[in-house]
Design a protein around this ligand. Structure first.
Ligand code: NAD
Ligand code: MG
Length: 385
């Protein structure tokens, strides 16, 4: 029986993963090792009662008693806190969905890889912060990282194992988020509620705001570089409001292969779950005739300065990814907390990168979790409003 775990099960991606395990038509074929969540104890307990993992973990130690009560009589062990997350990640599992949001997803992901599991990676922050470390950890354990971010799953599928030598460039698409069509001068006054709506995808609040600012796409550009070993100038972004084409691979011979699909994360999660096979998934079929047309436009870097910052991060290398991600997470916290404006986020991230690039050791790839966390902490303090 395949042993599977979901980290961040109660979130948007995690719940889609739970849904696939639950209704995949072969639920009995999985032994669920761990499900983890945050403050939504009722949701975590409900999932645990259905999937019967060995252990359910909340990230918050003060909620352990609540989780214990919610799981009473279920036979599922309750645990809480960072050490418990690590203990759960170290349990033998064949497939682990990494769907925690933020740099907090890195440590359990590394541990899951080290114990030999395939890491289905939604947590793009892991690759942005520590691509080199993640790849080395996977190689040392003889295991694989599979993309779950829709654009990267699309690239992985469109590449179909092709040699990168034949690839001229790749394109990942962006819906343009909540403010795609806003006049630029209105952006400074954008509220958190306005930034928290997405035209096509239902996602967690943080990635939804990151879609409006394009920090999400900036992270994905870096993720593509780290995942596929592409050069920075080989990764292009195209605004595609309908979110039907997720990514394209253009070869030197002039051929371009695109991956299309309804904006439903169960495709990318399910693809990673069944890889290298394909299985039927509960994903709506595309009706291109009903859609009628697909539209595209070039991204405007005045509207979305994060895209320029992504290129600078890739060129700088070393700790730049960890600093970029942490500064972005801090700026996002400060925007959500009402301390800074929407348009203050990118300048803050840029200033943090500039300041920390003068620190000793910035140019070296972080070679341990501690090193990533060192740069992460420094960047958060520097970026804080
Ligand atoms: P979400 O906010 O809906 O869920 C996040 C999950 O992480 C929850 O289970 C939450 O309890 C848990 N969590 C949050 N902080 C934590 C911490 N400090 N320690 C432990 N657990 C913590 O987020 P989401 O939209 O599902 O996104 C999850 C990840 O997947 C992100 O990295 C995001 O960029 C990526 N992703 C999401 C989508 C999507 O459609 N939502 C698509 C592609 C990639
Ligand atoms: Mg994506």
């Amino acid at each position: 029986m395949r042993r599977v775990s979901i980290f961040g099960a109660t979130g948007s991606v995690g719940a889609n993963g739970v849904d696939l395990l639950r209704h995949g038509g072969e639920a009995e074929a999985y032994h669920v090792v761990a499900l983890t969540g945050g403050r939504n104890i009722a949701r975590l307990a409900e999932m645990a009662r259905v999937l019967r993992p060995e252990v359910a973990v909340t990230a918050h130690p003060e909620l352990l008693d609540d989780l214990r009560s919610a799981l009473e009589g279920s036979g599922v062990q309750a645990a809480a806190g960072e050490a418990a997350l690590q203990e759960a990640a170290a349990r033998p599992a064949d497939w682990v969905l990494s769907a925690i949001v933020g740099a907090a997803g890195l440590a359990p992901g590394l541990t899951a890889l080290a114990q030999g599991g395939v890491l289905a990676l939604a947590n793009k922050e892991s690759l942005v912060c520590a691509g080199d470390l993640l790849r080395r950890t996977a190689a040392a354990a003889g295991t694989t990282i599979l993309p779950v971010d829709s654009e990267h799953s699309a690239l992985f599928q469109a590449l179909g194992g092709d040699n990168l030598d034949s690839v001229k460039d790749v394109t990942i698409t962006a819906s343009g988020g909540a403010f795609r069509d806003w006049p630029l001068e209105r952006l400074a006054a954008a509220t958190v509620a306005e930034a928290s709506t997405h035209p096509n995808w239902a996602m967690g609040q943080r990635i939804t705001i990151d879609s409006a600012s394009m920090f999400n796409k900036a992270m994905e550009v870096i993720e593509a570089k780290e995942f596929f070993g592409l050069k920075p100038d080989q990764i292009k972004v195209l605004v595609h409001p309908e979110s039907i084409i997720h990514a394209m691979v253009t070869h030197h011979d002039g051929g371009t292969l695109a991956h299309l699909g309804a904006p439903d994360m169960r495709h990318a999660i399910g693809y990673a779950l069944h890889w290298p096979q394909r299985q039927a998934l509960p994903v709506p079929a595309l009706d291109l005739a009903a859609l009628g047309s697909l539209t595209f436009r070039a991204p405007d870097e005045n509207r979305w300065p994060a895209l320029r910052l992504a290129r600078e991060v890739m060129t700088a290398g070393g700790a730049a990814g960890a600093v970029f991600n942490a500064a972005k997470e801090q700026a996002l916290d400060d925007f959500i907390g009402g301390r800074i404006r929407f348009t203050d986020m990118a300048p803050r991230v840029e200033a943090t990168l500039a300041a920390l690039s003068r620190e000793d050791g910035f140019g070296a790839d972080p070679d341990s979790l501690e090193s990533v966390l060192f740069w992460d902490g420094l960047a958060r303090r520097k970026a804080a409003a």
